[in-house]
Design a protein around this ligand. Structure first.
Ligand SMILES: [Zn+2]
Length: 449
């Protein structure tokens, strides 16, 4: 199983400087390749990444664009993966774009990368570096200290060095043997998980888990730092005599103060992302560790983000990331992940008698069933209904999976239409859906107070 371990680096100032130059090289080569690709397409040719790379290799030491002020080709100081990999990445990006477009999904063409606006990173093939305990030995750089050991044994496939705010990270991709990648499960529960905004996750045993929502907490500080940075930009504009929008292609001088401001803002954003990721990893790991089956809704996250009032709160929890992590962790723990059908009315069914309460409003946190008079907490009721899906599915299988080695094929594969995890259940018992069903799962998100 392929797993990646992202390890923070502790580079010296000279090594940091090299990383910046190598990432800049990767970015510039990408832009060159993309421009050339577009030019060839416009000229009616059929570009291809390998041919582009050969074309680039023939000019990279001679073209004045790729030489220093003293006439030396600066690519000689950067190791070759940093300027070879962008061609492969570009080919992958185009393939991905055409695949998405064929599938009728939302897609955009590969874009040019802008300094300060894109991710700074470059690639290392596995023959260009090695790990010695807490040290990574990189070509052209030498020994760089790591902040922790590589977590897994196995064959190293490759790595990339990337920056997040002020820190550099080495992300190592390892082909981990299955007996190491598979983890032992601690319990054999079956959990239905209802995602929401007031409580990030409600489990079918009634437990409500609140997310830290770091963005909401940092919003004030974020505004202050953004404003400070914006003032510096305005000053730079005023000094250059520009009013209103900056014309395309203009490069304003960047002051030391402005660099500091940018960094402070980036650090805060990185912290927000870290707090969110920490919570999410702990929650998804716990769900997979303690349950033989986890049921979640197949939420239309993109559709929900279109709701301007909820978008910030939803992104602050990270619904899509929740599902992505469950999908790969379920495989590691041998947990079955069940995706409830998008139109399954989990909130509106009474978990005691199965009657459907269609008139359930957006803000109704508690309701009473008209048929059996049971009182329900909205989220807990939904979670129980979700859990019921899995118990039905598991009972239908010949044997309940009890050991963590039992991985049902296709359960974590995601959107596959016929995977073992896809359930199209109970709704037929309660009459056909009205077709407008999207709100079925959208409704139980109550607006943030
Ligand atoms: Zn009822």
């Amino acid at each position: 199983m392929l797993l990646a371990h992202r390890i923070r680096l502790a580079p010296t100032p000279a090594q940091r400087d090299y990383f910046v130059r190598a990432a800049g090289t990767a970015r510039r080569v990408w832009n060159w390749a993309l421009a050339e690709w577009n030019r060839q397409v416009a000229a009616g040719m059929k570009p291809n990444a390998m041919a582009l790379k050969r074309q680039f290799n023939s000019i990279k030491y001679s073209d004045p664009d790729w030489q220093d002020a003293d006439g030396q080709p600066w690519l000689r100081t950067i190791h070759c993966d940093a300027h070879a990999q962008p061609f492969a990445n570009l080919a992958k990006a185009w393939t991905h774009y055409f695949k998405q477009r064929r599938a009728g999904q939302h897609a955009h063409r590969p874009r040019f990368k802008k300094k300060g606006r894109c991710r700074d990173a470059f690639y290392l093939a596995n023959d260009k570096f090695r790990l010695e305990g807490m040290v990574a030995v990189l070509s052209k750089v030498g020994r760089v200290l790591l902040c922790e050991h590589l977590r897994w044994p196995g064959k190293i496939i490759g790595a990339s060095v990337g920056r997040c705010a002020d820190h550099w990270y080495l992300s190592v991709q390892v082909d981990v043997p299955d007996h190491v990648a598979h983890l032992r499960r601690m319990a054999d529960g079956v959990a239905g998980v209802d995602l929401g905004v007031s409580a990030a996750a409600t489990l079918s045993n009634g437990e409500k888990i609140t997310a830290p929502r770091p963005l909401a907490a940092a919003l004030r500080r974020l505004r202050i730092r953004s404003r400070r940075l914006s003032r510096k930009l305005e000053t730079a504009k005023a000094n250059a005599g520009i009013k209103g929008q900056i014309p395309k292609g203009t490069r304003l001088p960047v002051s030391k103060n402005q660099t500091c401001g940018t960094r402070a803002l980036a650090r805060l954003h990185a912290r927000i992302a870290r707090v969110r990721a920490d919570f999410m990893h702990k929650l998804t790991a716990r769900l997979c560790r303690e349950n033989q089956a986890v049921v979640i809704e197949d939420l239309n996250v993109r559709g929900m983000l279109a709701n301007a009032r909820l978008a910030r709160a939803i992104s602050d929890i990270g619904f899509y990331e929740f599902r992505r992590q469950l999908q790969y962790k379920a495989v590691r723990y041998g947990t079955q992940l069940v995706l409830a059908d998008r139109w399954y009315p989990s909130s509106k069914l009474c978990s005691a008698c199965g009657a459907k309460y269609s008139a359930l409003g957006l803000g109704e946190r508690v309701w009473a069933c008209a048929t059996c008079d049971a009182h329900h907490d909205r989220d807990v009721n939904a979670a129980i209904n979700l859990q019921r899906l899995a118990t039905g599915v598991l009972a239908a299988q010949s044997a309940l999976p009890v050991a963590s080695s039992a991985v049902a094929p296709g359960t974590a594969a995601g959107n596959g239409p016929a995977g073992g995890g896809k359930v199209t259940p109970a709704r037929h018992e309660h009459g056909q859906q009205d077709g407008s069903g999207q709100e079925e799962n959208g409704v139980h998100l109550c607006p943030p107070s």
